[in-house]
Structure formats: C-alpha cells, structure tokens
Design a protein around this ligand. Structure first.
Ligand SMILES: N[C@@H](CCC(=O)N[C@@H](CS)C(=O)NCC(=O)O)C(=O)O
Length: 215
C-alpha cells in the first residue's frame, strides 16, 4: 500500500495548498489507492525517523514497499511512470511533459513563492513592502509568458500531463491575489485543471484530514 505523509494541522491560509495535494492528485489521476499518514508540525518533523525519510522535515513523503521518496516533483514523476494518464508513452511527449513539470517548479514557483512569502509572512516588514512591487511584476511577467506558451490549447502539451498537474498546483499559490484573473487563458486553464474529478477528490481528502483532527 502506498502511504502519503502530510500534516494533521496547518494554518487556514495553507489549507488546500500543502504539497501533499500534488501527490494525492497524481495518485487519483493514476487510479492508485493510498493511505495518509499525518504528522505534527514540530516534534514529528524533527524526529530522527522522519528526517531519515525527509532530510528537511517537510511534507510530502511517499512510501511504497521499501521505497521512500521526498520532493513533490520527484514523487509525481514516479507516479507518472505508472500511468499514461499522467505521462504519455511516447518518449518525446514524455520528455515535454517532464519539461513542464520542471518549468512549474524551477521557473514559476520561485517567483510565486517570493510574492506569497511577502504577502503571508512578512506583510508588516518595511523591506517586504519595498520589495513587493518588483516581486509582483516578476510574477506577472512570468504568467504572461506562460499564457503565451499555452495559447489556445487546453493543456500545455495537448493532453493533461504531470506538467499541468504541477503547474496548476503552483498557480494555486496565488489564490490570495487576483493575478491569475489578469490572464484569462491561465484563469480558464487553472479552472479546467481544478475541475478534474481527480483534483476534486484530492482536495477533498486533504481538507478532510484537517477537519478530522479538529473534531
Ligand atoms: N521542494 C519540496 C518543498 C516541500 C515543502 O516546502 N513542504 C512544506 C509544506 S507545503 C513544508 O513541509 N514546510 C515546512 C518546513 O519547511 O519546515 C517539495 O516540493 O516537496
């Protein structure tokens, strides 16, 4: 049985954004069953046993038999290897899908993370107020470029792949702003990705795990 590690509690701003969502979504798209293992912020993260699985004490962790993986991108790629619903069989198409997964993680996510950190963690700091206009401009520039690459296609490479899964979860980190709305093609793209039944199940199950702990 596959096990996905996530948190049993996170602040409200993070609910529905925690990166185990990517893994849950990939597993749902691939039709693979899994169980969740919820850890606490603090002691659980820092335990030697957990650090042996995830060197930085973060989630997600993925466990399958004796295999333990960390880094959501690596985990999603691993799951993609099990299902053509996520990674096409054709080697060139597979490489293009992988290219978009890295693009989401290495080019788009860092800019969005900087803005999100300013808005959610450092909003009262003078340096953050000073930096914000440039951080927002950089996000808008990257999103305009991404929208141009998407063009009129439904997905980045025709059919839905791990690249779209990762890009959508990255774009969701702007939900506290209206920046995605400023790019109508990306807005429609994100809505399309989020409307997928597999995404809806993954989101429901992540949110339910927090509710179960509150009960
Ligand atoms: N690059 C890692 C980032 C993982 C990450 O930042 N996880 C967050 C939750 S979404 C976390 O556990 N943060 C707590 C911490 O860094 O201590 C991945 O994609 O898996």
């Amino acid at each position: 049985m596959i096990t996905v590690y996530s948190y049993r509690w996170v602040p409200d701003f993070a609910k529905g954004l925690v990166r185990d969502l990517r893994v849950r979504w990939a597993l749902e798209e691939a039709g693979l069953e899994y169980q969740e293992w919820l850890i606490g912020l603090g002691d659980d993260q820092n335990s030697p046993a957990y650090r042996a699985c995830q060197p930085y004490g973060q989630v997600p962790v993925y466990e399958e038999g004796g295999l333990v993986l960390f880094e959501s991108g690596a985990i999603v790629l691993h799951i993609g290897g099990k299902s053509e619903a996520l990674l096409p069989a054709d080697p060139a198409a597979r490489a293009r899908a992988t290219c978009w997964l890295f693009s989401a993680l290495n080019t788009i996510e860092p800019t969005i993370q900087e803005l999100a950190a300013i808005d959610l963690f450092y909003t009262d700091e003078a340096w953050a107020r000073g930096r914000r206009p440039q951080a927002e401009a950089q996000v808008k520039r990257r999103l305009a470029e991404l929208a141009a690459a998407l063009g009129d296609k439904d997905h980045l490479e025709g059919e839905f792949t791990v690249g779209d899964l990762m890009m959508a979860t990255v774009l969701r980190n702007l939900r506290h702003t209206d920046i995605v709305d400023g790019e109508p093609r990306l807005r429609a793209y994100l809505d399309r990705c989020e409307a997928r039944p597999a995404f809806q199940r993954a989101l429901r199950d992540q949110l339910a795990s927090f509710e179960d702990q509150a009960a």
